[in-house]
Design a protein around this ligand. Sequence first.
Ligand code: URA
Length: 208
Amino acid sequence: MTVFEVKHPLIEHKLGLLRSNRLKTKEFREITSEIASLLTYEATKDLELEEKKIKGWAEEVSVKRIKGRKLVIVPILRAGVGMLDGLLNMIPSAKVNFVGLYRDHDTLEAIQYYSKLSRDIGDRMALIVDPMLATANTIIKTIEILKKAGCKNIKALCLVGAPEGINKLEEKHPDVDVYLASRDRELNDIGYILPGLGDAGDRLFGTK
Ligand code: URA
């Protein structure tokens, strides 16, 4: 597995804004979406292109198109939905499949309550989105669900990750690359990332 901590001034600046506890829901949501777009740019760098001849304004012109069945975005409910618009801004025609998982507050185990996947998911590259890679239990479970459905090409996009979760994900799914805005310091004893962003779902949807 490769972990790409995407070091770009725009990402670092926006993440800095996101860390403030003074942000309103609207601002938190907008900045999350902007960072998600920038991470998408990086995570799709290796998409294969093919050449196509089209009629241009004055003459026939050779252009590039993304090859094959392309992409499916997989937001993990609920917080992953906060990154979805950012990815769709960059890839408007991508399919979107949802996986619903919640974290058992005592065991921190990921429990599945929903999934709706495309029948052709085996032909697509899946971009899992979840802002917080904490224990990694939810992403690991989502990868298992996608692999069981035939998906062979999977990447994960997160805002921040904790070393504990990154190491665990690497151990379980070494074939999955991860794109992060920041590798943070640690998990606290109730599974929150430090310095982190707090409860991303609550901050995105104003449920605190
Ligand atoms: N989920 C969150 O929303 N925040 C964390 O820090 C960890 C998990």
